[in-house]
Design a protein around this ligand. Structure first.
Ligand code: AMP
Length: 285
């Protein structure tokens, strides 16, 4: 497994691979890998000759009062996991490589970013689309894999790729959960045992809402009210948003149909957890 830190070296390496006719699959991450990341890597392994993993905690997608400094990092552990998952190249640039002084260009997707996390984290998606655009230009992937855990991020990246005619196939992968249903996240490592227990309200709420929708409830407000009751029963929960949105437009829906996705963001103490589920699809875990 190769480990490359330099942007120019990485780009040269990928240009050479393309010149040899290799297909490149790419999984961008912020590291502190868990089974969710590994599911993307497993899928990516089967979709290209070369599997590239990037590990970069991207400063521009964190707000001033967010957790950039404390974001969990363990490069050696990540490299060991990458090796056992069949990664060919790990790209781990530092911030000065990615954003040399004088960088003045931002990639911004309108509309899809105005709701949900875009409303509560101003500037976040500009940071995401700018770094993903840069990573695509450096790694030159044929296929890139993203998790549905970050449902809005996946929609925004799909839109960017279409709007900018980027020759990259974007693959969305299902949410990987802990045995008790908590969606895996690097940020789960912040949670005390008590807050982690409270965080299970997210999957409990998802199950309740999907159950009610399956039983015929179509009124989004009724479903949101039911979800809210489950969340606020937790003493440390502070709701960021509970919304039911159309999967493609991310606009709020009043009546549930097969496009309806329940999306939640809730803070437990200082830790912000997100989750989502299609309301008319069965909850498997
Ligand atoms: P991150 O390192 O949190 O930026 O995530 C890197 C990629 O892994 C993103 O495409 C995420 O959506 C995806 N991902 C994170 N957690 C999960 C999960 N529990 N299941 C599936 N994909 C995930």
């Amino acid at each position: 497994m190769e480990i490359i830190n330099s942007v120019s070296e990485m780009q040269q390496r990928m240009l050479a691979a393309r010149a040899q006719g290799k297909t490149i699959s790419f999984v961008p991450t912020m590291g502190f890998l868990h089974q969710g990341h590994l599911s993307l890597l497993h899928e990516g392994r089967g979709r290209g000759d070369l599997l590239v993993l990037s590990i970069f905690v991207n400063p521009t997608q964190f707000g001033p009062n967010e957790d950039f400094d404390s974001y969990p990092r363990d490069l050696q552990r990540d490299l060991d996991l990458a090796q056992t998952t069949g990664v060919d190249i790990v790209f781990t640039p530092d911030a000065s490589q990615m954003y040399p002084s004088g960088s003045a260009t931002t990639v911004s997707v309108a509309e899809l970013t105005s709701n949900l996390c875009g409303a509560s984290r101003p500037g976040h998606f500009d940071g995401v689309t700018t770094v993903v655009n840069k990573l695509f230009n450096i790694v030159l992937p044929h296929v890139a894999l993203f998790g549905m855990k970050d449902f809005q991020q996946l929609a925004v990246i799909r839109k960017m790729v279409v709007d900018l005619n980027m020759p990259v196939e974007v693959v969305g992968m299902p949410i990987v959960r802990e045995a008790d249903g908590l969606a895996m996240s690097s940020r789960n490592s912040y949670l005390s045992a008590d807050l982690r227990q409270q965080g299970l309200a997210l999957i409990a709420a998802v199950r309740a809402a999907c159950g009610a929708a399956a039983a015929g409830e179509t009124d989004a407000q009724q479903l949101i009210a039911q979800v809210e009751q489950i969340i606020i029963a937790q003493s440390d929960a502070r709701i960021d948003y509970i919304q039911i949105c159309h999967d493609l437009t991310l606009q709020d829906m009043t009546l549930v149909d097969e496009h309806a996705v329940l999306l939640l963001a809730v803070k437990f103490g200082a830790t912000r957890l997100i989750d989502n589920h299609y309301l008319l699809q069965p909850v498997v875990s």
